[in-house]
Write a protein that binds this ligand. Structure first.
Ligand code: 26Y
Length: 821
């Protein structure tokens, strides 16, 4: 059989060029003469997608024969731009570059055309994306289920120092990476009432009579693993109106009513809520959660029933991970589907449900624990409320048995909060309905067991485990830091890309002066790239030779960007007081979005930009410090920023940051960390060695102790002249054109409340920053520490995390995919 390379799969340069031209004509409908850059990007994306499809379809085919599938349920998937990642995982980056350049185009320019799918807020959504990458790379059968938001996380602009939110129209020029599957739609009910009846056999049954039905249409994105045939699916659901429902209105002449119903249905998946960590309790959000979870579970049941396997083996066919409580309604929904719709008896259904679900908690902040008012919940999901009451009754019977007469236990463990207005507690539902519960870093899991989930830990100790987060080295090193990737691979081969522990082999090279020279050179060039970006976008000139001190993450009081600002101003004051001070020059870089309704977070951005404006234009200090706020921090920008850092700021109040994953991305790219003993910082420090980590601040125990004794921030202010000078300078209007009121809410909060104990940690932070400055002056030793950080980051690969989930929680094995068709 003669096989001619075809335009859809061939990998020779000639074929790739011809495929590009073909797609430009037949998909974009353009001649080269009139094609825009975006047309070329689309033509290229389709060229790459064609080469994914064979792997994807073979993967789906392979999974049809009885393999256990991981279903990762998440309201957010922050997958980032797809083109380069797919080129790398397919192993055709170099070839595509050549084909594109031979066609007279610049690959870099085409890459920059891609609009990233911003379908997440921050850490939790990005973690889901890293996990999908690792699941595919490890050849584990998996489906990611989520929501296809029409508008993802807003684009951030800074006007006059304030954050302005712009709608994220990521779909406006089309999305070449997804395939719609309209024929695989499912129906999701809302509202109405439940009806209790006896069926034809005299069995007691319940059915749900909804007052509204919405159609869920799946859109699939292939997630290819690194240099394997496995391409798992990310299946995101879009809400649409059901024709037959509004036809009724249409037929009686109510055209507008019919169109209204359509709009209401489609609103469901219009927008991603831009809040994290602080719940808002909006009805539409509960609708979104129920919508995608119901779609996912119905989809799984259909998959199962299409293979002649009994529904009673559901938990042997699927392991369903709940990414925080956002999909926790799945516990009640699976019970409803099994009991009401598939007539499985309660006990059997409960066994299936508990053995199907596992729950990951991502937060210790009490204000982030989701709960829904009973009234709202019952109005939207009347049958689910009944099911939750039933689960609760059976569960509390067991609690009473174990702790007779302990009313405190009973009220804390109950799925219903009855302390005031009544609420459904989603974390309690997730804990009771799952067989495994995990935190995302060792410290976090320990604190969960001691604080927010203490009673559950005492009741179900066997369910608890830790799985420390990880990040994918493919995106966060190979893709984002090609220079360092090349150097490392030259020295130790490329096995580290899938076995990150191999980086250990770099340890001995830390003592090799010429290797250190190359390492420094690369960091320098990468910083130069970021400096060029900053100059182009913000017209600020920064010195790539200065220490790049970077904090990028969502803006939150607990993450303490304003503690960083207190240091920036301290640094500035020291320079002002002694103009000849021999200081280590620094560039302070910030980035991150604030929730639109979070006033304090927006004020922190305003403060950073205000300080930047003063400092950057003060002739006394110029060249020795610069302050930059990079707008619109997202995955694409992260890829530019993490590799360019010398110093990574991980400065949350101890006990508040569940894990952090930015901390891992920075250290993997050779930044040293200044951080508290919080989240995964603890484990990073353990791995890289205390001597290669800048630790400061109170421990969690000390934070709790100080709170309990009565914390008085004002005393710290009074007793610390340098701190007082910094605070007074802000209050004086120095950074706000004389406006003494602008930052008053922030300052008053620090002086009289300071929930996150910035003032208590101030001196320790300043002293440690001084140590950083001193250490940076010894460039050889700094480079040594940087190399050792990278060499010891093996643990923080998401491949390691996923292996742990697979063994400890999901009980799944790799299923390699052969290309048969
Ligand atoms: C309920 C709603 C308001 C909500 C929406 C999003 C609540 C929380 C979130 C997102 C939380 C989040 O991103 N948490 C982060 O998860 C990361 C991955 O585990 C952790 O590394 C990080 O410490 C944690 O803040």
């Amino acid at each position: 059989q003669i096989r001619v390379e075809d335009d859809r799969t061939g990998l020779s340069i000639t074929t790739l060029r011809s495929a590009l031209a073909d797609n430009l004509f037949y998909i974009q409908g353009k001649f080269p003469g009139t094609a825009t850059k975006n047309d070329y990007y689309m033509a290229l994306a389709y060229t790459v997608r064609d080469r994914l499809l064979q792997r994807w379809l073979n993967t789906t085919q392979t999974y049809r024969k009885n393999v256990k599938v991981v279903c990762y349920l998440s309201a957010e998937f922050l997958i980032g731009p797809q083109l380069v990642n797919n080129l790398i995982n397919l192993g055709i980056y170099a070839k595509i570059r050549q084909a594109v350049e031979e066609s007279g185009l610049s690959l870099q320019e085409l890459i920059e055309q891609e609009e990233e799918p911003g379908l997440g807020n921050g850490g939790l959504g990005r973690l889901a994306a890293c996990y999908l990458d690792s699941l595919s790379t490890l050849e584990i059968p998996a489906i990611g289920y989520g929501i296809r938001y029409e508008f993802g996380i807003f684009d951030q602009e800074i006007r006059d120092g304030w954050q302005v939110e712009i709608t994220d129209k990521w779909l406006q020029y089309g999305n070449p990476w997804e395939i719609a599957r309209p024929e695989e739609y499912v129906e999701v009910k809302f509202g109405g009432r439940s009806e209790h009846y006896y069926d034809e056999k005299g069995n007691y049954r319940v059915r749900w009579i909804p007052d509204r039905v919405v159609k869920g249409v799946p859109y699939d994105t292939p997630i290819l693993g690194y240099q394997v045939n496995t391409a798992n699916t990310l299946r995101l659901w879009k809400a649409e109106a059901i024709e037959s429902f509004d036809f009724q209105a249409f037929n009686i002449g109510d055209y507008y009513g019919a169109v209204d119903a359509k709009i209401v249905s489609e609103n469901l998946t219009k927008i991603l809520y831009p809040n994290d960590e602080v719940i808002q309790g909006k009805e539409l959000r509960l609708q979104q959660q129920y919508f995608f979870v119901s779609c996912a579970l119905q989809d799984m049941i259909r998959l199962l029933l299409s293979t002649e396997v009994s529904l009673e083996t559901f938990h042997q066919q699927f392991a369903v991970q709940l990414n925080d409580t956002h999909p926790a309604i799945g516990v009640a929904e699976l019970m409803r589907l099994l009991v009401d719709e598939h007539r499985i008896d309660w006990d059997k259904a409960w066994h299936i449900t508990q053995n199907t679900f596992a729950f990951t908690n991502h937060t210790l902040l009490p204000e982030a624990l989701e709960k829904w008012p009973i009234e709202l919940f019952g109005r939207l999901l009347p049958r689910h409320l009944e099911i939750i009451y039933e689960i609760n009754q059976r569960f509390l019977d067991r609690v009473r048995m174990k702790y007779p007469r302990d009313l405190g236990k009973l009220s804390r463990l109950s799925l219903i909060d009855e302390s005031g207005e009544r609420y459904v507690r989603m974390a309690n539902l997730a804990c009771v309905g799952s067989h495994a519960i995990n935190g995302v870093a060792e410290l976090h899991t320990e604190l969960l067991k001691k604080t927010v989930l203490k009673d559950f830990y005492e009741f179900f100790p066997e369910k608890f485990a830790n799985v420390t987060n990880g990040v994918t080295p493919r995106r966060w090193m190979v893709l984002s830091n090609p220079r360092l990737t090349r150097l490392i691979t030259e020295k130790i081969g490329d096995r580290w890309i899938t076995h990150l522990d191999d980086l250990r082999k770099l340890e001995t090279l830390a003592d090799d002066a010429s290797f250190r020279q190359q390492w420094r050179q690369i960091k320098q060039e990468t910083k130069g790239d970021l400096a060029a970006y900053i100059r182009k976008k913000l017209d600020i000139i920064v010195d790539p030779k200065s220490l790049f001190d970077i904090q990028v993450k969502r803006i939150h009081e607990y993450k303490r960007q304003h503690l960083n600002v207190l240091h920036v101003i301290t640094f500035y004051n020291r320079l002002k007081h002694d103009r000849d001070l021999d200081i280590t020059p620094r560039t302070f870089i910030f980035g991150g979005k604030a929730a639109p309704g979070y006033f304090m977070a927006k004020l922190i951005i305003k403060l950073i930009v205000s300080v930047a404006n003063i400092v950057n234009n003060d002739p006394d200090v110029r060249d020795r410090m610069k302050v930059v706020f990079i707008p619109d921090f997202n995955v694409t920008l992260g890829q530019r920023i993490y590799p360019a850092a010398d110093l990574s700021e991980q400065i949350s109040t101890a006990g508040k940051e569940a894990s952090g994953t930015g901390n891992m991305k920075f250290a993997l790219n050779g930044a040293l960390t200044i951080g508290t003993l919080d989240g995964a910082n603890v484990e990073i420090r353990e791995e890289v060695g205390a001597e290669n980590f800048f630790l400061f601040g109170l421990t969690t125990e000390e934070v709790y102790g100080l709170k309990a004794r009565g914390y008085r921030p004002f005393d710290y202010y009074n007793q610390n002249a340098e701190l007082k000078a910094v605070i007074d300078l802000i209050s004086s209007g120095f950074f706000s054109h004389g406006d003494v009121d602008l930052f008053k809410p922030l300052i008053d909060n620090l002086l009289y409340r300071d929930d996150y104990m910035l003032l208590a940690d101030y001196q320790s932070y300043i002293d440690t920053q001084e140590k950083v400055s001193q250490a940076y002056r010894d460039r050889e030793n700094w480079t040594r520490m940087s190399i050792l950080n990278v060499a010891r980051m093996g643990k923080f690969s998401s491949d390691r995390s996923i292996r742990e989930y697979a063994q400890k929680i999901w009980k799944v094995e790799p299923v390699p995919v052969e290309l048969l068709q």
